[in-house]
Ligand binder design. Structure first.
Ligand SMILES: [Fe+2]
Length: 203
């Protein structure tokens, strides 16, 4: 018997099917990947209670495999929920409190964009603009997979997916062109909602 709660994928916002430069077919395929992470998370949490813990000191144990796969699935859920939630907007320079934070911590919106672009080109899977609660400021962190390399006690506010599945149908290998499309579709209102609801200090 297990006491975990199965979760369901969030609905895909209709605006995501009409993005500028990221096609409907890409978004639909991408959303199915996200649904897969949710299913995997539920499956693993259902299996863990019956795992033989006596074998846990073995590097090839079942519990090691399941726990690693769990970080991948949960990372895939969290990363994609940020990604899908904050697309569907008009892009442009960040405004409101996130605009103030970016200007304070990067110097300007242009400097933030340049750093995020470079981070996105350097990563194998993700670039995140995250508020690091210990540092008290924003950073653009790099990620390779769903479970590498999130940083403890940092809250992602922008999640740039640079896995090929995010752009290959639309741009083939031209990741830089996809990153520009991503920036054109950011919804800063959504990001400002997170800044408020997470009570991120802007002073
Ligand atoms: Fe993705």
């Amino acid at each position: 018997m297990s006491n975990f709660v199965e979760i369901r994928p969030r609905e895909l916002k209709p605006a995501l099917l009409e993005l500028d430069g990221i096609s409907r077919v890409t978004i639909e395929a991408h959303y199915r990947l996200y649904q897969g992470y949710v299913a995997k998370r539920n499956e693993i949490l259902g299996r863990l209670p019956s795992v033989d813990l006596g074998a846990a000191n073995q590097i090839h144990s079942e519990i090691r495999a399941l726990k690693i796969d769990l970080t991948f699935a949960v990372g895939g859920i969290k990363n994609h929920e940020v990604y899908f939630d904050h697309l569907g907007g008009q892009g442009g320079d960040p405004d409101g409190r996130i605009g103030d934070l970016i200007e304070r911590d990067f110097g300007s919106a242009d400097a933030w964009r340049s750093d995020l672009r470079a981070t996105g080109m350097a990563g194998r899977g993700w670039a995140w603009t995250a508020f690091d609660w210990d540092e008290g400021k924003l950073f653009n962190y790099v990620g390779d997979a769903q479970n590498t390399f999130p940083v403890w006690n940092a809250t992602p506010l922008v999640a740039l997916d640079v896995y090929e599945h995010a752009y290959f149908l639309d741009y083939q290998t031209d990741r830089a062109a996809y990153i520009e499309a991503f920036l054109r579709n950011l919804d800063w209102g959504v990001v400002n909602g997170w800044v408020a609801s997470y009570r991120i200090p802007t002073e």
